[in-house]
Design a protein. Structure first.
Length: 211
């Protein structure tokens, strides 16, 4: 979603919001609403790699080369294990080494941090950004995404907007018992912030005149 860029503000006054929670919880709908209300762009974190690839940016080339290298390492590891099976009989009680192919598809943390930094340098992120869609095949989980986003903006304010599904009893007209439904609730809390953020400056007292 395109948002009208606002004038750049100081690093310590920028506010970033990270949307966390299960699918179909309404994160993207709320993110787009807040983007318009607070003039912040929505960054789909799972699309960062594609974002820089479409722009032929150097960091996308670096990321592609890294993933290709990891794929070669995976193939080499599999070949080594297959060769070992043919030449060496497993000892009794010995646990066979298992290679998880998903581990070799994960992006370098350093590259992900720099992708976020570069994205936030663009004009539509002058006041901060809203981060949505934190899950991807190229990093482990949402917690990992929150971590590398936080590392990319050490001096900016960050808030998490967390969505949960809770069981609630919904009253039904004309019936003694209600219906139990999964209801999405959310709460917002500061993960890291500048203590002075949002505080009004106290007016300076007028200096006493000395006669």
């Amino acid at each position: 979603m395109e948002v009208k860029a606002v004038p750049a503000i100081k690093e310590e006054n920028k506010l970033n919001i990270i949307m966390v929670g299960p699918n179909t919880a309404g994160k993207t709908t709320l993110a787009n609403y807040m983007a318009q209300e607070h003039q912040r762009c929505v960054i789909r974190v799972d699309m960062l790699y594609d974002y820089w690839t479409k722009r032929n940016h150097a960091i996308a080339e670096e990321a592609t080369a890294y993933l290709a290298q990891r794929d070669e390492e995976y193939k080499k590891k599999i070949a080594e294990l297959e060769a070992a099976k043919k030449t060496k009989k497993p000892k009794k009680g010995e646990v066979e080494e298992v290679v998880n192919p998903a581990d070799y598809k994960l992006m370098s943390r350093d590259i992900l941090v720099r992708m976020v930094k570069l994205r936030l340098e663009e004009e539509d992120c002058n006041a901060g950004a809203i981060f949505d869609n934190l899950t991807s095949d190229i990093w482990p989980d949402e917690k990992f995404a929150i971590s590398f986003i936080s590392d990319a903006i050490p001096n900016q304010n960050i808030q998490l907007l967390v969505f949960n599904f809770n069981k609630e009893i919904i009253p039904v007209s004309g019936k003694d018992e209600g219906v139990e439904l999964d209801v999405c609730t959310n709460y917002r809390y500061a993960m890291r912030h500048n203590p002075a953020f949002g505080q009004k400056q106290k007016p300076k007292k007028e200096e006493e005149k000395v006669e």
